[in-house]
Design a protein around this ligand. Structure first.
Ligand code: CUA
Length: 380
């Protein structure tokens, strides 16, 4: 068959050669920029910045696979570049190369080598998987039941029970001790969610009607740090606003925190807080609970648990599942018109069916909102 010298891939024109070099240079620059950009320096939500026993195991496995893949990448690219340069068509070289098809020896070799590499990688992978999935053991293990809601997190500590027999319940801000393992037993009240605090643990789904578990053993060196995370499974309107803050505490401060959380909130008897409590029982308790101590010293849990438990709301640093700092102003804005601050669909709420898609605007006037702010921010 006749081939003209300038047909097909034979012999690149200067322009083509220039374009190829341009692509190579740009790809190199892009790779360097990307690598520098993702380098784990100022990235609080990064699994490359591990801060727990479990996250370190994941990171070590990642490092192993990363370096094996890097060596393979450069070996393959080097072979490719050498082949392209060494056996390229030269100007005036019009002869058709020797056509070959099939090489049993070569095919066996390039099947066996990847199989062996994968088998080697499988050993630490399976080991890490089994270690991360094994149930937490030991007398110090803290158990937390995690319930995902559209669009907030409920945390119950079943082993930390108050005088009234009810467990510690909080929302969105998870407090755990460093140096001991906390096991999160998780489920969902509505749709799929996913618990993801990259510096502390892998990612695990919360599935309605099923229990999943994940372990976190924070490094004692990070006591006092607040580690951010977020929902990692698309769960509707405010999926991106379903954030988690993990407060890593020393054993002493965790014990102090939990003892305080088990205390009831005091029912105020006069001033704006008392008026706020009046509104609270008329409106907020439709969806929110609070453990309160009445003036006659009796303790009771009032309200319904459709929304976050507000017993110690004033002690939380954020509101709206981590989207705003917890200040008087933000709380007032929030009560005034919650869906304006966070995408929600309270018009679709059906309390009879237990379906809650956010907090509605109750049309409270500024005075009543101000009284509620005094009450709730006072409940430290
Ligand atoms: Cu919950 Cu996304």
């Amino acid at each position: 068959m006749h081939r003209s010298p300038d047909s097909g891939a034979r012999g690149h024109s200067p322009l083509k050669r220039y374009l190829i070099w341009l692509i190579i240079v740009l790809a190199t620059i892009a790779t360097v920029v990307f690598t520098v950009a993702v380098w784990p320096s100022n990235t609080p939500q990064s699994s490359l910045n591990p801060k727990s026993v479990e996250a370190v195991k994941i990171d070590q496995l990642w490092n192993l696979v990363f370096w094996i893949a890097t060596v393979i990448f450069f070996a393959v690219e080097a072979a490719l570049v050498v082949s392209i340069v060494k056996w390229r068509a030269r100007p005036g070289d019009d002869e058709e190369p020797k056509q070959v098809h099939g090489n049993t020896k070569l095919e066996i070799v390039w099947t066996i080598i990847p199989a062996v590499i994968l088998a080697i990688v499988a050993v630490p992978t399976m080991k890490t998987l089994f270690e991360l999935r094994s149930p937490a053991e030991g007398p110090d293990v803290v158990t937390v039941n995690v319930i995902g809601h559209q669009w907030w997190w409920e945390f119950q500590y079943p082993d930390l029970v108050g005088d009234d027999g009810l467990p510690l319940v909080t929302a969105n801000e998870l407090h755990i001790p460093a140096g001991t393992t906390t096991e999160l037993i998780m489920t969902s009240a509505d749709v799929l969610h996913s618990f993801w605090v990259p510096s502390l643990a892998g990612k695990r789904d919360l599935v309605p009607g099923r229990l999943t578990a994940i372990k976190i053993t924070p490094d004692p060196a990070i006591v006092g740090e607040v580690i951010p995370g977020q929902c990692a499974e698309f769960c509707g309107l405010s999926h991106a606003d379903m954030r988690i803050s993990v407060f890593v505490e020393s054993t002493e401060s965790f014990d102090a925190w939990s003892a305080e959380q088990l205390q009831p909130a005091v029912v105020p008897t006069d001033g704006p807080a008392a008026a706020g409590f009046e509104t609270f029982t008329q409106t907020c308790t439709t969806c929110h609970q609070a453990r309160v101590e009445n003036p006659d010293r009796s303790v009771e849990m009032i309200g319904t648990a459709f929304g976050p438990n507000l017993t110690h709301f004033g002690g939380r640093t954020t509101l709206g599942a981590g989207i705003l700092t917890n200040t008087d102003e933000h709380l007032a804005e929030w009560i005034n018109d919650p869906p304006a601050l966070k995408p929600m669909a309270p018009e679709l709420n059906d309390l009879a069916e237990g379906r809650v898609l956010g907090m509605p605007d109750y049309g409270l006037d500024d005075q009543r909102i101000g009284e509620l702010v005094v009450l709730l921010e006072g409940w430290k």
